[in-house]
Design a protein around this ligand. Structure first.
Ligand code: HEC
Ligand code: HEC
Length: 499
């Protein structure tokens, strides 16, 4: 179903005049209530090059804008955890810098979820170690929770706490055995950008479940199902309510007008790496990297533009003529060729995908099934899944998860049918989608993230278990015994750092 690439946009893109880049802000950190102007184009340096943000129909005043204005008792704003320099997510580097500057007083480290548990002494570094050392925010989910229609879940599994380094799962007030039982899992902030794609529906049904797409009870319309690690909200509006009550500690202050303004901003902001320290501009020599392609492409089936294969952005770099090649410095040329090979390896290098709920079950792809990275990461320009993307890659479940003594460990016991791959009991750091559905077969299924702006927002995976891009590739190599060569690993890393 993958068509050959045409580059219909190249000419159009060249014709679009881009506002002059605003000089990189001296301080990359955005505090709440600063009242800066958000320009039409904004750039930030990172270890691998330069990230670019584009605000469609920008610039925009952030003074009084609800995404940038402090709300609730902790003085936080949405921007506190969704920082422009960090591709609208949050990097460990930024977190540690804020701690050095202001310690526990910075609103980022608020007791509610910027610490390992609110009952710990908040002035101490150790009480914020999950955020400081692993980039993780505490997410407290009521257990058992409610379904999308607000009816209590009837889970087909039980949860016990096996290990509780954060102290929050056994805490008298916040834990699983408290008066209001909650399970605390620890997750990375997901990027708030490029939503044209995240909200787009690639299929009229959910091929993973073989069922119609979930319908948002608020609007009566089917939804993409690609939000939050555990898919607990169905729309950006529902997400805002979740964020307002969970991270900002208030709910009533966000009125309909505020929500509309946040939504408007979320749908206009695009982010991607624009320049690589080794390879130069990622839209040079006919390539289509960078945020401009994102902003100007159509979102739809398989992402956009007639199903352009994922990361075909870089095909032009493989097709350069000898004359073009001769004009480039050797290291630039080598890097560009490596990115193009990485893009092809991503699509074409196959391996056996096994025991992966959301892929091998419950759908009929078989177990194992031979395919490539693209089997799951298929949306053009974005690399997430066009189908609702909850998949158990093993990042949070034993025996596949990396050792993570800092994370909680839960024992799940299936009370109905055993899990198709793990049997009756599962050890997990984060049950993921199962916290939303109450189904034991969903334990460890996590919604795929987008693959843009990766250079600006390490660490990776929802639980931050891959400290850099090489660790991501190494994880897959181990998990599916792929046997990548050193060169293939380097190519994949180079591809991802250019996104
Ligand atoms: C304390 C940090 C924090 C604050 C403050 C915060 N967020 Fe988030 N945000 C997160 C985390 C962590 C996640 C991922 C949660 C998960 O996957 O369960 C997230 C996820 C999201 C997502 C989902 C993106 C996706 O692709 O799935 C959106 C949208 C979002 N936040 C918007 C907002 C808005 C709007 C606000 C302000 C009302 C806000 N956030 C405030 C930490 C924060
Ligand atoms: C079986 C489906 C599947 C395959 C195949 C797959 N992925 Fe993933 N990928 C996922 C899931 C699910 C996640 C989210 C897991 C998590 O956060 O714990 C993910 C997350 C990622 C992330 C993290 C993004 C972030 O923001 O943290 C990167 C990068 C990534 N994959 C790259 C790759 C590469 C490279 C390959 C090929 C070697 C690949 N993936 C193959 C399902 C898959």
């Amino acid at each position: 179903m993958i068509k050959t690439v045409t580059l219909p946009l190249a000419a159009a893109l060249l014709a679009i005049a881009v506002a002059a880049p605003q000089a990189a802000q001296e301080d990359p950190w955005w505090d709440p209530d600063e009242g800066r102007t958000f320009p039409a184009q904004l750039e930030y340096a990172n270890a691998n090059g330069t990230l670019r943000l584009l605000l469609e129909d920008g610039p925009m005043e952030t003074e009084g804008h609800p995404f940038f204005t402090s709300k609730g008792p902790d003085g936080r704003a949405c921007v506190t955890c969704h920082q422009p320099a960090d591709a609208m997510s949050l990097s460990i580097e930024s977190i540690q810098r804020q701690w050095e500057r202001r310690g526990a007083k910075d609103p980022l480290f608020a007791a509610s979820d910027g610490s390992n548990c609110p009952s710990l002494p908040q002035g101490e570094r150790a009480s914020h170690s999950l955020l400081l050392d692993h980039g993780l925010i505490r997410i407290a989910r009521p257990w058992p929770g409610k379904d999308y229609e607000g009816k209590p879940l009837k889970p087909d599994f039980t949860i016990e706490v096996v290990r509780d380094p954060s102290t929050c799962n056994l805490d008298k007030r916040y834990g699983l055995n408290s008066d209001e039982p909650h399970i605390s899992v620890f997750r990375r902030p997901r990027p708030v950008a490029n939503f044209k794609y995240i909200e787009a529906m690639g299929f009229a049904y959910d091929p993973k479940a073989g069922m119609p797409l979930t319908v948002d009870p608020e609007t009566g319309k089917p939804v993409s199902g690609n939000l939050m690690a555990d898919g607990r909200v169905l729309s950006l509006t529902a997400q805002m309510r979740d964020a307002a009550s969970a991270h900002l500690g208030f709910l009533d202050e966000l009125d309909a007008k505020d929500m509309e303004r946040i939504l408007d901003f979320e749908r206009r902001i695009y982010v991607a790496q624009q320049r690589d320290a080794k390879g130069g501009d990622v839209d040079a020599a006919g390539a289509l990297g960078g945020p401009m392609t994102l902003m100007t492409s159509r979102a739809g089936l398989l992402g956009s533009d007639g199903g352009m294969p994922v990361w075909a952005e870089f095909e032009a770099w493989e097709k350069m003529s000898d004359a073009e090649k001769a004009k480039l410095p050797k290291d630039v040329l080598e890097f560009r060729e490596s990115v193009a090979r990485g893009a092809r390896a991503f699509r074409e290098k196959t391996f056996l995908i096994s025991d992966t709920s959301g892929i091998n079950t419950p759908i009929g792809f078989g177990n194992p099934v031979r395919n490539s990275c693209v089997f799951c990461h298929n949306m053009s320009h974005m690399g997430m899944d066009v189908a609702p993307g909850q998949v158990d890659l093993g990042t949070t479940n034993m025996p596949f998860a990396d050792p993570a003594p800092h994370l909680p460990l839960f024992r799940i016991t299936c009370t109905g049918k055993p899990h198709p791959h793990y049997g009756r009991t599962i050890l997990t750091h984060d049950p993921g989608y199962a916290l939303t559905t109450g189904r034991c077969s969903d334990v460890g299924r996590i919604t795929l993230q987008t693959m843009r702006g990766l250079s600006a927002r390490a660490p990776y995976f929802s639980n931050g278990s891959a400290k850099d891009l090489r660790a991501v590739v190494d994880y897959y190599d181990r998990r599916y015994t792929i046997g990548y060569t050193e060169q293939e690993k380097t190519d994949l890393v180079n591809l991802m750092r250019a996104l």
